[in-house]
Design a binder for this molecule. Structure first.
Ligand code: SF4
Length: 358
């Protein structure tokens, strides 16, 4: 229930008006704002405020538009998965990945998803609602606060560089189809760029192929990275796996996508989840090669992460390498996506789904 104002959602002027309304001097707004921009989860951590004020604030306001209800850490300490609850009770996932190139946050854009991809856990409960700009931005700040804690943990060295403890990359690749929530997506990306200085080239949006949404991003004009969830080399198979393909065919999706990356001088990311016996044959690899030959793209092969409610099978290591070898032989840039956080249930949407069943 939304019963208290959320300070995180306020502009600087609104925050000043709020602190004055509770009998505090204006400068408190700046102190609070600095804590909020670091992702402070509650008022108790705001140590430069008097204790009595922290307690009073706790009674009349909230810091963030969400709370962490579960946090899972991979055994290698490089991946942290959060289950967050919004104020209306909707739950979403976000993931912090500490990598050699920086700290990346995988952000959800919707609570649930309407797209119905057959291999995906996120869509099993349908779409609940779009996330707001603030709810997407909060996911980044939750990760930012977590990274702050890393400095105190001797067993974690983010990026091998203890000074580099900020979120540096954003991938909108969590639950939901971001181009079904384009207006808020753009607002979120602009806020991440403005407030946190995250460069456009360090931001990636992944879509299942909503052609008007790709065109809208193109018209918006900022040079972010684009990833397309392809998962099949022809329309017949793709339509069976991804109902969106009945509306937007592969050729239309690729045309709009290559137009976007060409304009922005980027390389298109092609996501391809390998499902044993479904889309991982030699013929599938050859067909995918033909589709992408001479195109400026990188194929990310993703061995399927088991989702209990789905009947697909993960491919063997041999099948994954055979598929990759064929693409490489045909001149297609290809890599196998390192599976992060296997031990914490890294299939997108699985944590949220399991929590609903508990
Ligand atoms: S893969 Fe993406 S678009 Fe498809 S159902 Fe899952 S979250 Fe939605």
């Amino acid at each position: 229930m939304i019963d208290k104002p959320i300070l995180f959602n306020m502009t600087n002027t609104e925050l000043e008006q709020f602190v004055v309304s509770i009998g505090q001097p204006k400068f408190r707004a700046k102190q609070i704002s600095e804590w909020l921009s670091r992702g402070a989860p509650d008022f108790s951590v705001m140590k430069n405020l008097p204790e009595i004020l922290r307690n009073d604030l706790d009674k009349v306001a909230r810091t963030m538009p969400c709370t962490i209800i579960k946090k899972l850490e991979s055994t290698d300490n490089q991946t942290t998965k959060f289950l967050l609850e919004m104020l209306d009770g909707e739950q979403i996932e976000s993931v912090l990945m500490r990598t050699s190139y920086g700290n990346s946050v995988c952000v959800s854009s919707q609570a649930g998803c309407a797209m119905g991809c057959k291999f995906c856990a996120s869509t099993l409960l349908g779409l609940k609602r779009n996330l707001s700009i603030n709810e997407m931005f909060a996911q980044v700040l939750v990760a930012q606060w977590e990274l702050r804690g890393d400095k105190d943990k001797k067993n974690i060295k983010p990026n091998g560089d203890p000074k580099n403890s900020d979120v540096s990359h954003i991938v909108v690749m969590g639950t939901g189809e971001p181009l079904q929530n384009t207006e808020n997506l753009i607002g979120f990306l602009e806020r991440a760029n403005n407030d946190l200085g995250i460069g456009w080239r360090r931001i990636t949006v992944s879509t299942c192929g909503i052609v008007p949404g790709i065109k809208e991003l193109n018209a918006w004009g900022y040079p972010i990275n684009l990833a397309i969830s392809l998962h099949a080399p022809n329309d017949e198979l793709r339509s069976k796996l991804m109902p969106v393909n009945n509306k937007y065919k592969i050729s239309d999706v690729l045309d709009a996508s290559f137009e976007f990356v060409t304009k922005n001088n980027r390389q298109l990311m092609i996501e391809y989840i390998l499902l044993a016996g479904t889309n991982d044959s030699i013929e599938n690899a050859e067909e995918l090669s033909k589709l992408l030959t001479s195109k400026n793209c990188m194929v990310n092969l993703i061995p399927w992460n088991t989702v209990d409610e789905r009947e697909f099978i993960s491919p063997s290591g041999n099948a994954v390498h055979r598929f990759q070898d064929i693409l490489i032989k045909n001149g297609i840039h290809t890599r196998i996506r390192r599976e992060r956080g296997q031990d914490i249930g890294s299939a997108c949407g699985q944590l949220r789904l399991n929590n609903k069943k508990d």
